[in-house]
Design a protein around this ligand. Structure first.
Ligand code: SF4
Length: 224
């Protein structure tokens, strides 16, 4: 479905209870952060504990690592649109299943993409990879290779949570791979949107910007 504004889409997502994930114990759907005309969209898997608490995607430990990786290629988070395939927190921070990703993503992520019209998408992790690819595939072999999603180039790369589980040489290698994947995505998006500004002088305080959203969630006003 196509929505006329970010606000209309956000209201629709907030009221969604179309799948059992809504009843797994989280505070409700977690929305996006970033400008809704951004040429680059970053898509994670699903909200964890901090994300569910604050109501923003990738704002916990994985998000902090993502922010550092984005900064290494000259991007601050307030200049990219960030969202998840699955909007409601799976119980116990488990990774969403492919079916959950396909179900939620085909409703809400598809609507976000139709509204934002990103020039380039970065998919973090295997749930995002398989959603955009439309079939089973492994992230280790697929990362770094462009996917076409309805005419939009998608760069799959490792989810920051994967990096947090690595150590030693494996961590160094994975960090470089993410760096080159993000750099390729930014360069392609910048070529397609040459006037876009990618970086603020100071790092945005995402948690502070989510203060109202967090309050709303804990007051229960997000449930329509
Ligand atoms: S996970 Fe997605 S489809 Fe399921 S209830 Fe939440 S917003 Fe709706």
């Amino acid at each position: 479905m196509t929505y006329a504004s970010h606000e209309a889409l956000a209201a629709a997502i907030r009221s969604c209870s179309r799948c059992p994930l809504r009843r797994e114990g989280g505070l409700g759907p977690v929305l996006s952060t970033g400008p809704s005309d951004a040429p680059l969209m970053i898509v994670g898997e699903g909200p964890g504990g901090v994300e569910d608490d604050y109501g923003g995607p990738l704002v916990g430990p994985s998000g902090q690592l993502l922010d550092k990786a984005l900064l290494s290629v000259g991007i601050t988070r307030d200049h990219v649109y960030v969202t998840n395939i699955v909007k409601c927190r799976p119980r116990g921070n488990r990774t969403p299943t492919m079916e959950e990703g396909r179900f939620c993503g085909s409703i809400w992520l598809a609507s976000e993409i139709a509204l934002v019209k990103p020039k380039v998408i970065v998919g973090l992790g295997k749930v995002a990879l398989r959603f955009f690819l439309g079939r089973e595939a492994g992230i280790i072999r697929s990362r770094g290779h462009w996917i076409d999603y309805h005419g939009i180039p998608v760069m799959p790369t490792f989810h920051p949570a994967y990096l947090l589980r690595q150590s030693g040489r494996g961590l160094v290698d994975a960090k470089w791979q993410v760096y080159y994947d993000l750099l390729a995505a930014k360069e392609k998006a910048a070529a397609l949107s040459p006037d876009w500004v990618w970086k603020s002088d100071t790092m945005p305080n995402l948690l502070e910007s989510l203060t109202e959203e967090r309050k709303r969630r804990h007051e229960g006003n997000h449930i329509s």
